[in-house]
Design a binder for this molecule. Structure first.
Ligand SMILES: Nc1ncnc2c1ncn2[C@@H]1O[C@H](COP(=O)(O)OP(=O)(O)O)[C@@H](O)[C@H]1O
Ligand SMILES: [Mg+2]
Length: 264
């Protein structure tokens, strides 16, 4: 893959060990196929952005990666371990998978009764990180996402943008090998969106591997190495962001992008 010539882009790492590899993944709910033979790969240090209409299966796809959802068919491999194959979950070390894959949700999902710091400490404590170390790491991460000064606040005292940045700090707490973002800015106002995208841009610049569902197409164009358009549970088109977003080959992709433009 050639590297786009923009300054925001990180230098691409040497090609590529897959951190996430999905092959032939299918999933039905109540007899209705919502993912149909999906193949997708995220190389180490790469950023893959999934785009598509609501209901197209994007969240289900993300949830299959960290086994919040069980695929019916296909293989899911994370950091070299097969975690799902042929309709069976074969992950033998779920705590390890949880450490390897960090996830940021649309609605933050912070623990409401815990402070920001405690939200970032909790997963570390469960993973056996010594308390002092967990605390120091929490403060460092909250500083990194720009909310250290809000460390003692509880989620309902934080703005949406602050909550999402705490959620990103939490997702980073166990030093994951890949971060999954599922529409991380969809419930945020424009200013909070800008803050959160700023943090994600810095993670990208630091070389974090990411699988990202987003409606922020300019952001996808800027940071993603690869864009995947999913529609009706199938990968319709994928490739370099400049091809898929600016010069799509498929009529369905063009239709999606056009409707999208008029909606925003
Ligand atoms: N747990 C579930 N039970 C039944 N249907 C579901 C479940 N989760 C998702 N679906 C359905 O699967 C389809 C894809 O959903 P989803 O993966 O959330 O799409 P997207 O994230 O692209 O909007 C939708 O029709 C949704 O209603
Ligand atoms: Mg979704």
């Amino acid at each position: 893959m050639t590297e786009p010539v923009t300054t925001a882009k990180r230098p691409g790492p040497a090609p590529t060990e897959a951190v996430v590899r999905i092959e032939g993944l299918s999933k039905s709910f109540d007899g209705r196929l919502v993912l149909d033979d999906v193949h997708l790969e995220v190389g180490r240090g790469r950023i893959v952005s999934v785009i598509g209409q609501s209901g197209g299966g994007k969240t289900t796809l993300m949830r299959c990666v960290n086994l919040l959802e069980r695929p019916d068919r296909g293989t899911v491999e994370v950091a070299g371990d097969v975690v799902h194959s042929g309709g069976r979950t074969v992950c033998r070390d779920l705590p390890r998978l949880r450490r390897t894959v960090g996830m940021v949700f649309q609605r933050f999902n912070l623990f409401p009764h815990l402070t920001a710091v405690e939200n970032v400490v909790l997963a570390q404590r469960k993973a056996g990180v010594p308390e002092q170390e967990a605390l120091e790491r929490a403060v460092t991460l909250l500083r990194r996402v720009g909310v250290a000064h809000r460390g003692l606040a509880q989620p309902d005292q934080l703005s949406g943008g602050e909550q999402q940045r705490v959620a990103i700090a939490r997702a980073l707490a166990l030093k994951p090998e890949v971060l999954l973002f599922d529409e991380p800015t969809s419930s945020l106002d424009p200013e909070a969106t800008r803050e959160v995208l700023g943090v994600m841009r810095e993670l990208a610049a630091d070389g974090m591997t990411m699988l990202l569902v987003t409606h922020e197409l300019p952001f996808a164009r800027e940071v993603a190495d690869h864009v995947v358009f999913v529609d009706g549970g199938r990968v319709v088109e994928e490739g370099d962001p400049r091809d898929v977003l600016d010069n799509p080959a498929r009529a369905r992709t063009r239709e999606f992008l056009a409707s999208y433009g008029s909606a925003s």
